[in-house]
Ligand binder design. Structure first.
Ligand code: FAD
Ligand code: SIN
Length: 534
């Protein structure tokens, strides 16, 4: 298949980019790929909302910029922060024009929520299902564009570069070029090549590397892993954000249900086993301190009390308002026997967001030619060492827009190679998998070691051990990969082991504690501000 614009991912970043390109270039072909159903994305699960300066009487760009810089703990790129905050408002308005609805006050003004680290109320939301509403609006708008083809259940295996034409490509190759991708099309069970003039990587996050995560099963870091294999630049992978309040359900594995930070914004209070509102002992901003601080405080309380969770107390809140703002959370809690008017909600931290990723510049260009990246898989410089709540949906839209602008300047460059020069996928020597246990057991081991050794609090010994164990898992998985027919399960395991390695390696290189990375052997901040680039 040949296309003009190839988009990997159907979340907010991929769909925003596809829509903009399609509307501007009606004669061009746009192909969007997604590995399961079109709406199964991190985007769909976003609860709290999208941050943006909407009330200029109370709020200002400089306050939002300042909050983002404070959360980022010295590592944000101030130029990028300014771009996102200032351009973000236009992007939110476009989303509204495409049909997304945000909650309003009776007088018509937007209801603005507050979350940790924000000095003002500036979060637009659609009850507690903001992401679902955004994804709905974007997918509906996409359907109206006849030049967009959205292919679901199509798993991207690797991007195609000179390496596949037989040239040696290393980290120091100056002009690595992207010609498209190899995919496993699950409708045909065939491996196909898709050649593209421009490729946009919008493949989302990697929460599934950990045992407990708010991310759905699709969040396996495929985008970062494939760019690392293609020798592209990866940045700041040690900064994994743990959301402080995922619903704690004993024995439940897989995706944890999120209790949005907006609940604390509306007055919810964290309490330990003894019923104490402990956050005041950790930070003057109490329950609304930035996420790294709250997650570490919870971790510490759980260790002191020897428990698997703390509690979020909403019993004192106006229950009618709670049900109006958080109907999804209310229902979920009821379904597991928790009445928020009478019971405290058991919560514990869970892997939530990857601040690092594929390194991009201010136009969303990666280190590989013809390849853009936006959304959670990208490292733009906005988040630094810790993302401010509700800034990621905003960032995804701003850089999808910037990638679109830059793509228009590059689309007329002739294709760098003829499609016929690109070889088909080489499956020689591979056989049908003999037993799934080889994949599922390695997956369990990886998740466990990442959660136990590379979680909220790290130290040198834990990182060293994690590295050694990952080495073995890597070796065994590569051997399996070489002799087995590819499947999404096997490729995802391979990608997650790569991402886990990148997190551990970056964590080892950062010999300080900053933002989300806390190493008890290096508890202080270093005076040198540095990104970790692999
Ligand atoms: P995603 O929306 O995750 O989309 C990724 C896409 O890539 C999917 O279509 C997937 O199928 C595709 N893909 C991945 N790998 C492959 C492959 N190998 N082949 C083919 N396709 C592939 N942020 C906020 O700003 N505000 C919030 O309130 C908020 N709440 C959140 C709540 C939860 C529970 C979670 C999990 C996240 C939340 N976030 C929030 C973060 C935010 O939702 C994500 O960072 C953002 O939606 C990511 O968008 P994206 O387009 O980059 O990726
Ligand atoms: C939440 O609603 O608490 C999540 C917000 C975010 O991850 O930005």
């Amino acid at each position: 298949m040949q296309t003009d614009f190839l988009v990997i991912g159907s979340g907010i970043a991929g769909l925003t980019y596809a829509l903009k390109v399609a509307q501007d270039c009606p004669d061009r072909k746009i192909t969007v790929l997604t590995k399961t159903q079109s709406d199964e994305t991190n985007t769909k699960y976003a609860q709290g909302g999208i941050a943006g300066v909407m009330d200029f009487d109370q709020d200002s760009f400089s306050k939002h910029i300042e909050d983002t810089l404070i959360a980022g703990d010295g590592l944000c790129n101030p130029h990028i922060v300014e771009i996102v905050v200032k351009e973000g408002v236009q992007r939110i308005n476009e989303l509204i024009e495409w049909g997304a609805q945000f909650d309003r006050e009776p007088d018509g003004d937007y209801k603005l929520g507050k979350e940790g680290g924000h000095s003002e109320s500036r979060i637009l939301h659609h009850k507690d299902v903001t992401g679902k509403e955004m994804e709905r609006a974007l997918l509906e708008a996409i359907k109206k564009c006849t030049n967009i083809e959205l292919i679901s259940h199509c798993f991207v295996l690797d991007i195609i570069t000179q390496h596949h034409l037989g040239f040696l490509v290393t980290k120091s190759t100056p002009d690595i070029e992207c010609y498209g991708v190899y995919v496993l099309n699950q409708a045909t069970n065939q491996i196909e090549k898709i050649v593209a003039r421009i490729t946009m990587l919008a493949a989302g996050g990697n929460g599934q590397v950990y045992r407990s995560t708010t991310n759905p099963e699709i969040a396996t870091g495929d985008g970062v892993a494939m760019i690392y294999r293609a020798k592209g630049r990866i940045e700041n992978m040690e900064f994994i954000q743990f959301h402080p309040t995922a619903l704690y359900e004993a024995g439940v594995r897989g995706q944890s249900f999120l209790i949005t930070e907006a609940v604390r914004g509306d007055g919810g209070i964290l309490r330990n086993q003894a019923g104490e509102a402990f956050m005041e002992r950790y930070d003057s901003r109490k329950d609304l301190a930035p996420r790294d601080i709250v997650a570490r405080a919870i971790d510490s309380e759980m260790k002191i009390h020897g428990t698997e969770n703390v509690f979020l107390d909403c019993r004192h809140m106006d229950q009618a308002k709670f049900m109006e703002h958080f109907p999804n959370i209310y229902e979920k809690c009821l379904s597991v026997g928790i009445d928020v008017a009478k019971d405290m909600i058991p919560v514990s931290p869970a892997a939530h967001y990857s601040c690092g990723g594929v390194k991009t510049d201010e136009w969303a260009r990666t280190s590989i030619k013809n390849l853009f990246a936006a959304g959670e898989c990208a490292s733009t410089g906005l988040h630094g060492a810790n993302r401010l709540a509700s800034n990621s949906l905003l960032e995804a839209m701003v850089f999808a827009h910037r990638a679109y602008k830059q793509s228009l300047l590059e689309i007329n460059i002739p294709l760098l190679v003829k499609s016929s020069e690109i070889p088909d996928w080489n499956a020689a020597g591979t056989m049908a998998p003999k037993e799934m246990i080889l994949i599922t057991q390695s997956l369990k081991e990886m998740k466990l070691l990442m959660s136990d050794y590379v979680g909220i609090v790290r130290n040198n010994e834990r990182l060293y051990r994690a590295n050694r164990r990952l080495d073995l898992l890597h070796e065994e998985t590569e051997t399996l990969y070489e002799k087995t027919e590819v499947s999404p399960q096997l490729c995802q395991l391979r990608n997650m082991i790569t991402v886990a390695y990148l997190i551990v390696k970056s964590a080892e290189l950062r010999r300080e504690s900053r933002g989300l990375h806390f190493n008890t052997d290096f508890p202080e901040r270093s005076p040198i501000l540095q990104n970790t680039i692999l």
